[in-house]
Design a protein around this ligand. Structure first.
Ligand code: KIV
Ligand code: ZN
Length: 515
């Protein structure tokens, strides 16, 4: 019998700390439902003390998820732990994850605390968390740069206090595989009560080593890996879930453990996270990139045709490629539409909201005969559930492109219930359209990213456009999907401007540094 490797997904918490990746409560619930279908063991849903919005999101995920453990992050402070405990009240199975920094530089410069005090805070935090749940995780933040002797002392103390999972974060992505793995092995050996807790790792990707470090730790005894879909996360991101899971599964000969994940859900989950956050997946990304299973060279193609194993170490269908099923079409009724969306974690707050989404679905089905799950996800994402409160709406768009002529666009928007029209020319019809919109909205934001992806295959596929805008240090991603990419671009730009005008800086306490 192999050991179980616990998969702890932190897409909704650390993943959300990527600039521009903030998600609404409903978006978090949809991703959490997808993670549950993937059979992730633990879902870290957020940081309840960070903001009222984060609290509500954790509460909503706790209410929606039944099979996975739902976890909330808390600094080693009573007020944070109480907020996490309250947010998780409705969860079938709840975990509180508390942390405090242990590296010399963090203790001295950030916390301005003596090491003994840090141990006291950690023990106290674990005991307080136990008042809400017996499933308590502790992380010594910046463990990758902490002294091993100090780690042994603090970890022994928190196990005695009742922590059941000890997570060793490489917060700044400084570790390298042999050294990080050896550190995990040493901790397991040196801490007298280490057999009373599961050892976990949480690696950041600043040197591109997050997955390698996590896997090295697994070889040295770690039995939980913290990771994110598509490797999303603070700065260069976290260890990518799909890479960790598929490495362990593909190299059964090397790893003494296995996960319980349904890997066929990986691609759907990856696409959903990419759609909601507006972070496209690079084509050559392992497992979930569009080219991950595409063979270009003639020699490779010839080999694969003769025997797949000549060049394929995994089967594309095992991670969910080519699993897109045609779920709905133009003859599908409201009930079929509603129940498929419910399965995807989308619940309509009112009949009006359902009617509106169903109307847009019918419009799409007229243009595109086969509607896949990915199309439905995009339809919901680009509308946003709070579409009624959007200040700016696209009413119509007309473009003119002709060889040898300057492209032009004329756009009509409704802004605060007033209809306004502007015309502009540009390098292409997308450029002209965005300029015409900017004439009307005057956002003066800096366009940091414009990208187009096809949601499914075929020339009738919907194009999904991501527009990233920055203004005064605030970054937002706007999304738009349509079978016409010029319209998708206009929708994405308007979506980003609406978000920019609405969004409030997140100010996550994780970066505030008081503890
Ligand atoms: O990277 C980190 O140290 C974290 C902790 C809160 C676990 O995200
Ligand atoms: Zn982290």
């Amino acid at each position: 019998m192999k050991d179980k490797l616990i998969i702890f997904d932190t897409t909704l918490r650390d993943g959300e700390q990527s600039p521009g990746a903030s998600m609404t409560r409903d978006e978090k619930v949809r991703i959490a439902k997808a993670l549950e279908r993937l059979r992730v063991d633990v879902i870290e849903a957020g940081f309840p003390a960070a903001s009222p919005g984060d609290f509500e999101a954790v509460q909503a995920v706790a209410g929606a998820v039944k099979d996975s453990v739902v976890c909330g992050l808390a600094r080693a402070l009573d007020k944070d732990i109480d907020r996490a405990g309250q947010a998780l009240q409705g969860a079938e199975r709840a975990r509180i994850h508390t942390f405090i920094a242990t590296s010399p530089i963090h203790m001295k410069m950030k916390l301005q605390m003596q090491p003994e005090q840090v141990i006291e805070y950690a023990v106290r935090a674990v005991k307080r968390a136990l008042q809400y749940t017996d499933n308590v995780e502790f992380s010594p933040e910046d463990a990758g740069r902490s002294e091993e002797d100090f780690l042994c002392r603090i970890l022994e103390a928190v196990i005695d206090a009742g922590a059941t999972t000890l997570n060793i974060p490489d917060t700044v992505g400084y570790s390298v595989p042999a050294q990080f793995g050896a550190m995990i092995g040493n901790l397991l050996q040196r801490i007298p009560n280490s057999d009373k807790a599961v050892f976990s790792v949480h690696c950041h990707n600043d040197l591109g080593l997050a997955v390698a470090n996590s896997l090295s730790a697994v070889l040295h005894g770690a039995r939980q890996v913290e990771c994110t879909i598509n490797g999303l996360g603070e700065r260069a991101g976290n260890a990518s879930l799909e890479e960790v899971v598929m490495a362990v599964r593909t190299r059964k000969d090397v790893f003494p453990c296995q996960t319980d994940l349904d890997t066929r859900e990986i691609v759907a989950c990856s696409k959903l996270v990419s759609t909601i956050t507006g972070f496209p997946v690079q084509p050559n990304k392992a497992i979930v990139g569009a080219n991950a299973f595409a063979h270009e060279s003639g020699i490779h193609q010839d080999g694969v045709l003769k025997s797949r194993e000549t060049y394929e170490i995994m089967r594309a269908e095992d991670v969910g490629w080519s699993a897109n099923r045609m779920v709905l079409g133009k003859h599908s009724g409201r009930n079929a539409f509603k129940s498929r969306l419910q399965e995807l974690g989308v619940d309509f707050a009112s009949e009006e909201e359902l009617n509106d989404a169903f109307f847009r679905f019918k419009q799409l089905a007229d243009k595109k005969h086969e509607i896949y799950d990915e199309d439905l996800q995009a339809l919901i994402s680009e509308a946003g559930f709070d579409a009624e409160d959007e200040r700016i709406k696209l009413i119509s768009l007309k473009v003119c492109a002709e060889t040898g002529e300057t492209p032009k666009a004329s756009v009509t928007l409704r802004i605060d219930n007033e209809e306004l029209t502007s015309t502009a020319s540009g390098g292409g019809v997308v450029d002209a359209s965005l300029k015409a919109i900017e004439n009307l909205v005057g956002s003066k934001a800096d366009l940091q990213l414009y990208s187009v992806n096809n949601i499914t295959s075929g020339t009738d596929a919907q194009g999904e456009v991501t527009v990233r805008l920055e203004k005064g240090g605030r970054i937002v991603n706007g999304l738009g999907a349509d079978t016409d990419i010029v319209i998708a671009s206009a929708k994405a730009f308007i979506n980003a401007v609406n978000k920019l005008q609405k969004s409030v800086p997140q100010g996550s306490p994780a970066q505030q540094g008081d503890v």
